[in-house]
Design a protein around this ligand. Structure first.
Ligand code: ADP
Ligand code: MG
Length: 501
């Protein structure tokens, strides 16, 4: 998801030429580091990896070109898969259905959303605008009867006090969760790299992964339950979308099931969209069964016309993915309130096991609402800035504040209501390791990295009945440790695969 955020500074070479001992020095998994003899071999391996990535369709449109362009390059990726403890991978998969249930429960709980977001919407105009639409839809009555969630819960790994590795949630994405398409194509690239090195046994251990298929099956189920054979899926796309092949993977899966998808912008909806007396949505005269948003998650993506289009879509009986309540359920403020003692128990009554699994993944999250609790959180962050991250209600990478920037912002906001538009989070400190980040036009070198694991989840609800609740695959993204924030399209993180150990 691009918001034009720029990586802060370049990556310094750590070892040149790269030898096994250098790789070891930067903590590259000793197995990978010891495969490499010299820098020449590294560069040849990188060339082969890039060619395979291009051949597999691990692609982004280049920044300079318009959305109709056929000028592409490879999406950045790591040369080697990164080691991930199998137990954490299993834990992340096991808790995904719980997160699906939780998001669905929050989205249906108007009192909880209203109470949780009340302080935030006073000062955050974007969240307030979304909330406004939510209120309008509630007042008119929700027309849709089928609900579809396609989300991705993201984690980092941190050591517990006893040295065992722990899974800590960074956030859950309930709108436009991306890279399910490209993530199905990167395993072949990493297998290729290991095969080139003669490591066939290791290559075979790289997990197959096909999130876009699972996401498409969710859309297909929602389409089927909507119950009109001629109706289409509408993908709300950005004007200039670099990550189009990721989206096409889902479209292709739908087409293979004889479900037609049209790509349109908010502008097209406002010009040509309409509702009939039953609030069925029509665009260009065609009925829309499912609206899948790959746009609309950040303020810059809306003008007045787009807000009106969003309202029209929300009022319709089409299945929105996500509906406005589910988008609000994915805000950082909601994440913070969910971590409060007793809240999960209220939202998921009689499900103590799910509650325990969910809570085990929570990092420290702190409200900054005016009052004693918020004052205390701010005092702690000012006393130890390196232990915290300050987060506004934004998506897409590049919005969080760290270190000195966080301190300055907290000093400025300390006595103002505006501080309630942020939350404070414990900073997760994964152990760095060495890997090569391959980017078009950048030299190949080993750098210190950390990874973030995402698990894709899908659920479909018809009225009160949950008819689908699944995990459908994973995404590993890796970035150099010098970058505090993330984002692949933002130019910081790159695609990776977990190598389970
Ligand atoms: P966004 O909605 O912009 O993706 P995130 O909460 O995912 O917001 O934060 C963006 C990036 O910042 C993450 O991908 C991660 O690299 C980093 N980050 C976020 N929260 C933390 C945290 N608590 N500890 C360490 N890094 C974090
Ligand atoms: Mg994120």
């Amino acid at each position: 998801m691009s918001n034009g955020a720029k990586p802060k500074g370049g990556i310094e070479p750590l070892a040149s030429p790269l030898l096994a001992r250098d790789a070891k020095r930067v903590g590259m998994a000793s197995s990978w580091g010891s495969f490499l003899q010299d820098e020449q071999q590294l560069e040849e391996l990188a060339r082969q990896a890039v060619d395979r990535a291009l051949a597999e369709g691990v692609l982004l449109r280049t920044t300079q070109e318009p959305s109709s362009s056929n000028v592409v390059s490879y999406a950045p990726f790591t040369l080697f898969p990164s080691l991930v403890p199998s137990a954490l991978l299993e834990q992340a998969y096991a808790v995904q259905m719980d997160f699906n249930l939780l998001v669905d429960a929050v989205s249906q709980n108007a009192a909880f959303l209203e109470q949780t977001l009340s302080s935030t919407i006073k000062r955050d105009t974007f969240t307030a605008r979304l909330f406004d639409i939510y209120k309008q839809v509630l007042k008119e009555g929700i027309a849709q009867t089928v609900f579809l969630g396609l989300n991705r819960s993201d984690y980092m790994f941190q050591r517990n006090a006893d040295g065992s590795p722990a899974l800590k949630q960074i956030e859950i994405n309930t709108i436009s969760a991306s890279f399910g398409g490209l993530a199905s194509r990167t395993p072949a690239v990493h297998r290729h790299v290991l095969n080139v090195l003669g490591k066939t046994k290791e290559a075979a251990r790289i997990l197959s992964n096909n999130p876009s298929k699972g996401l498409a099956l969710g859309i297909a189920k929602a389409w089927e339950l909507y119950g009109s054979a001629k109706a289409l899926v509408l993908l709300i796309a950005q004007e200039k979308e670099r990550n189009v092949f990721d989206q096409r993977a889902i479209e292709n899966e739908l087409l293979a099931r004889n479900i037609r998808v049209i790509r349109r912008r908010f502008e097209d909806v406002s010009e040509k969209g309409s509702l009939d007396q039953d609030r069925k949505l029509f665009l260009d005269g065609q009925e829309i069964a499912v609206v899948y948003f790959r746009d609309g998650y950040m303020p810059s993506q809306y003008n007045q016309q787009n807000w009106e289009a969003r309202l029209l879509l929300e009022r319709s009986c089409s299945v929105k993915c996500p509906d406005i309540a589910t988008q609000l359920a994915g805000t950082k403020k909601v994440q913070q309130e969910l971590s409060r003692v007793g809240v999960l128990e209220v939202l998921l009554p009689d499900q103590p096991e799910a509650v325990a699994r969910l809570r085990a993944t929570f990092a420290g999250l702190y409200s900054l609402d005016l009052g004693e609790e918020g004052d205390q959180a701010i005092a702690e962050a000012l006393a130890a800035p390196n232990r915290f991250v300050l987060k506004p209600q934004r998506e897409g990478g590049g919005n969080n504040l760290y270190g000195e920037e966080m301190v300055q912002t907290l000093e400025r906001l300390k006595d103002s209501e505006e501080r309630a538009s942020y939350i404070l989070m414990e900073k997760i400190e994964p152990e760095p390791f060495g890997n090569c980040l391959l980017r078009p036009g950048c030299p190949v070198r080993v750098v210190q990295c950390i990874s973030e694991l995402g698990i894709f989840g899908v659920y479909v609800r018809q009225g009160k009945t949950l008819v689908m609740n699944k995990h459908v695959g994973h995404l590993l993204r890796t970035k150099a440790t010098e970058h505090a924030d993330g984002g692949v399209v933002a130019g910081v993180a790159v695609l990776d695969n977990p190598y389970p150990v």
